[in-house]
Structures are given as C-alpha cells and as structure tokens.
Design a protein around this ligand. Structure first.
Ligand SMILES: [Zn+2]
Length: 267
C-alpha cells in the first residue's frame, strides 16, 4: 500500500456557524460499498454531493463522535439510503437523539472499505465516545475533532470532556507516526506529529499557568480564567472557563490539586 492508495473525497457538510467555523468536513472512501466518515447535519447540499459521489449511497457511515455537527445527518442519510449502516462508539443516552439503528464500534475493530481496512482507535477526551480511524497502509488517519490546524481543541469539562484522556489519546496517535490527518474542521493536516507536539506543549504551559494561579491563592475557576486569559471577550469566557476546569480536573486526578466546593487549592 502507498499514500496514493487512500483518496477520500472531502464532502462539506454545509454548516458554517459560531461553533463549527467554516463548517464540517465529512470524507467518502469511494468504490463498491463506499464508506462515509461522519454524517454531517442533513443539509441538502451535503446529501446531493454524497449522491453525486456515491449514487447508491454509503454502505457504512462511521461517526467519529456524537456531537451534533457530526451525527445530526444520520437520519437524513438513512431515509435517503435505507441500506446504509451507522457505526460509532456507543454513548447510548446521547446517541438516542439521532434515530438510526446505531451499531457499536470498539477499539481495535477493523472496518472494511474499498481502500483496505480502517482500524478503529478509541480516542476519548474531547468527548468520551470519540474515535479515530487509522489507515495503516498509507499511515493516514481520520481524526474527527482530535486535531484542528491553527487552533486548539475544546475540552468541554462539564459535558463529557476529559483532558487526561485527551492527552493520552494524542500520545497514542503520535506513537503511530501518522503522515497525514483528515480532520472534521479545517484543512488536511500534512504533519500531524508536529501539531500533536505543539498541542502537548500548549497544554503543559496552560497547566503551569493554572498551577501558578492556584499557588498564588487564586482559587475559583472564574478567577483563574480571568487571571490567565488575556483580554478575554465575554462571549468566549464560558469556553475558557471549561478549559480551565478541564485542567483543574486533570490536576485533581493527578493528585496535584484539591477541591472544596467551588474552591481549588494546590494539593
Ligand atoms: Zn466535537
């Protein structure tokens, strides 16, 4: 197998907005029984592009995680192509919002595609159900929301995000030595290892900032957010606070911070 052996067709989900930036990419691996990575949101433009690239529809739809910009389109795809199968790591209470018969994927599963198998890699952190799909022959990987060029990935600490898990997922991906990554947001990533190293550095720096705020007696998530985010606009404050909380939870897990109600101290 070579790099040329995996040529997914990027299909835009047509959903630009405040939380998705320019919107989501989904990827079609064409051929007999084509495989679609992520379901989009059911926009007509996405379904039409899918129909043009795969008139009989996708045989399988692999969903990286259940966030709305990745999973909402599943019922629309199912109603247009009833034979399509929908696969993801189970998160039952969230998956139920999208009424298709979800089938379970587990870490290490192999999914047949027209371009050789994809290996399923559980990569929790951004969400507990997050999966990446690894194509060993070309050393390329579909990364969902694990990596986004030009920015960092949001860890929603209050709704299933876990920074410790996320860092472990990044380390696991780095160990595979990928040469290309196909993300759900932004352009194709040609040097994913470099981006992962930047991400790991960034989180280490952020953790040091949170620890030094704690050490100087700043004790609530709000106060720490105000202390370490320079000129934060009010609209972004809730997301910044979630990021700080993600760090605090990790420090607590590591035995380096202690929580007492809303107040945090160095352990
Ligand atoms: Zn997401």
């Amino acid at each position: 197998m070579s790099l040329a052996s995996l040529r997914p067709i990027p299909l835009h989900a047509g959903n630009p907005g405040p939380f998705t930036g320019e919107g989501n990419w989904t990827y079609l691996i064409p051929g007999d029984a084509p495989v679609l990575i992520d379901a989009g949101v059911g926009q007509a433009s996405h379904l039409d592009a899918l129909a043009a690239a795969a008139p009989a529809g996708p045989g399988r739809v692999l969903v990286t995680h259940v966030h709305t910009d990745h999973a909402t389109g599943a019922p629309a795809i199912a109603s247009r192509w009833p034979a399509a199968e929908f696969w993801k790591w189970p998160w039952p209470e969230k998956d139920a919002r999208f009424a298709v018969p979800w089938r379970p994927l587990r870490d290490g599963d192999r999914v047949a595609t027209p371009a050789d198998d994809l290996e399923v890699i559980h990569t929790p952190g951004h969400s507990p159900d997050h999966l990446a799909f690894w194509h060993a022959g070309s050393r390329t990987v579909f990364v969902g929301d694990l990596l986004v060029l030009g920015t960092t990935v949001f860890i929603p600490a209050s709704s299933g995000g876990n920074l410790s898990d996320y860092l472990r997922s990044l380390e696991r991906l780095l160990a595979l030595e990928p040469v290309r990554a196909w993300p759900a947001h932004g352009p194709v990533i040609e040097d994913p290892a470099a981006l992962i190293r930047q991400y790991l550095d960034h989180r280490r720096q952020r953790e040091a900032q949170v620890l030094s705020a704690l050490a100087s007696g700043v004790s609530t998530a709000d106060a720490i957010t105000a202390a370490i985010y320079f000129r934060l606009t009010p609209a972004l404050a809730p997301m910044a606070r979630e990021s700080v909380l993600a760090h605090l939870h990790k420090l607590e897990q590591d035995g380096r911070a202690r929580r007492d109600g809303e107040c945090w101290t160095v352990a």
